[in-house]
Design a protein around this ligand. Structure first.
Ligand SMILES: Cc1cc2nc3c(=O)[nH]c(=O)nc-3n(C[C@H](O)[C@H](O)[C@H](O)COP(=O)(O)OP(=O)(O)OC[C@H]3O[C@@H](n4cnc5c(N)ncnc54)[C@H](O)[C@@H]3O)c2cc1C
Length: 456
């Protein structure tokens, strides 16, 4: 064996997973196709669950710093920093579960530094894969590499997914968008919905969404974007320059299982959907947080192999929930007067505080709860936000100051202790058992022993 775990892909999910695996004591090797990190401006925002996953590991300061500039830019480009559902910008922020406005290349720099201790081999494209009962062998960079487990974090067109034979069911694209940073010559028509599509324009960004046609791969040109804007708005527009050109659709698919034997999928390799609402990394980073400590526990011999099935059991429904809401957003983004009417009604609903909260929970993922193998009422199965803690000696701290080690935590008073988790005596919260991925495993009701035995 060359290593315990091979991670294929050094995108944000692969880098974060690699750091989680090392924290859990697993020897890890990352194989990345690209010679240099991508500068593609895809994601510009991290949802609450992804933000919390990174803050749990001590990256809060870097995120907060990037968020200052990111929030200013967002206001400039969208005219609002409110969250949106299908481009209806009305969702109020939740101060207890903040998101982060950070561009993806900057995020990848933060994560590359975070994963500094892990061996990352760039210019190593995985082209073959064979899995057997003892391990997985891949070819990359002109030689074979073998590990006990392999995780494909190689993006939406995942080679690992295809080579390992994962089924990838879902729905084809309804809408297609082309966009980029542009320079116009002359007048620019107003952004908004038109009879046959939508024209987005704000800051230096411009884009067009229309019903999906045949897929294209070639770089976006000023002529193609000019023609699309003219088609949709009817205005005689000339785009002189396009930078950061991108094309994306809203196909919604996910792997039927996230695990086949010793091969796993995480991030876009496991699920693809429209970027509407900025949820890709809010799924992918929690995938990595969920899988890293579990692989570590099995590799150390603390848990049996079957423990790894909880990864699909917990994360697949989370993926399904995002596929569902992005399909709904696509329906609301389609052109036409019937959809205009539906959008008006949804926008009115979003003015109701309870409905606004509903949309906020839907997009942040904080409303999603894992199904555990023992009965337990809410908040068990949910991700725990950062909490202010008062210790039994009067000291104060925050929960995320105690989560950097990646160990389980038991917040309680008067517990004799358990070597499997760190026990923190606190006086201001009810008792809580937290898994290394920040998920609440026990909250005072039911058996603590069953919860400890299930996860540790
Ligand atoms: C326009 C747009 C806007 C978006 N906005 C947001 C947003 O605001 N918020 C949000 O959360 N998400 C957003 N997303 C989605 C987000 O960008 C993705 O969810 C994210 O990139 C997924 O990360 P990943 O690490 O899973 O995959 P990727 O970022 O695709 O990384 C995969 C890595 O694997 C490497 N790789 C591929 N094949 C191989 C191979 N065979 N061998 C070795 N390496 C390989 C690639 O080079 C790459 O480095 C947006 C997407 C788009 C297109």
């Amino acid at each position: 064996m060359d290593t315990d775990v091979i991670v294929v892909g050094a995108g944000p999910v692969g880098l974060f997973l690699a750091a989680e695996l090392e924290l859990a004591g697993a020897d890890t090797l990352v194989l990345e196709r690209r010679e240099t990190p991508s500068e593609e401006s895809k994601a510009r925002g991290l949802g609450a669950l992804a933000t919390e996953a990174l803050r749990r590991r001590g990256l809060g300061d870097q995120l907060a710093e990037a968020d200052v500039e990111g929030t200013k830019e967002l206001a400039r480009d969208h005219g609002s920093t409110l969250g949106h559902f299908a481009s209806i910008h009305k969702i109020a922020p939740d101060p207890g579960r903040p998101r982060t406005n950070i561009w993806q290349p900057e995020l990848e720099r933060v994560l590359a530094k975070h994963a500094e201790g892990v061996r990352v081999l760039r210019g190593h494209e995985v082209t073959t894969l064979q899995s057997d009962v003892d391990g997985v062998t891949v070819t990359a960079g002109g030689r074979e590499w073998r590990a006990k487990y392999l995780v494909g974090c190689d993006g939406g067109r995942s080679t690992v997914r295809k080579l390992a034979g994962f089924a990838f069911p879902g729905t084809p694209a309804l809408l297609h968008t082309i966009a980029g940073r542009v320079r116009f010559a002359g007048e620019v028509p107003p952004g908004g919905r038109y009879a046959t599509g939508a024209f987005m324009y704000g800051g230096s960004m411009a884009g067009v969404t229309e019903p999906a046609g045949p897929e294209r791969d070639e770089p976006l040109t000023p002529d193609e974007l000019s023609a699309a804007i003219r088609r949709v708005t009817g205005a005689d527009v000339v785009v002189e320059e396009v930078r950061d050109g991108r094309r994306f659709g809203d196909q919604a698919r996910q792997a039927a299982t996230y695990r086949l034997g010793r091969v796993f999928l995480a991030g876009d390799a496991a699920h693809v959907h429209s970027p509407s609402g900025g949820q890709g990394l809010n799924l992918g980073i929690p995938d990595a947080a969920n899988l890293g400590w579990k692989l570590g526990a099995v590799l150390r011999g603390d848990k049996p192999e079957a423990f790894l099935d909880t990864y699909t059991h917990e994360r697949h429904p989370a993926g399904e929930a995002v596929l569902r809401n992005t399909r709904a957003q696509s329906a609301l983004l389609a052109p036409g007067p019937h959809v205009d009417a539906l959008r008006e009604i949804v926008a009115e609903l979003m003015d109701l505080p309870e409905a606004n909260r509903y949309f906020a929970d839907l997009l942040s993922g904080t409303g999603h709860r894992y199904d555990f193998p023992y009965p337990a009422p809410k908040p068990v199965g949910e991700h725990c936000p950062d909490l202010g803690l008062v210790h039994d000696d009067g000291r104060e701290s925050t929960l995320f100051e105690h989560t950097r080690t990646g160990r389980g935590l038991l917040l309680t008073t008067g517990h004799p202790g358990d070597s499997r988790v760190d026990v923190i005596p606190v006086t201001n919260t009810g008792p809580l058992l937290l898994r290394p991925d920040g998920v609440i495993a026990w909250a005072g009701e039911g058996s603590l022993d069953i919860a400890l035995d299930t996860w540790f």
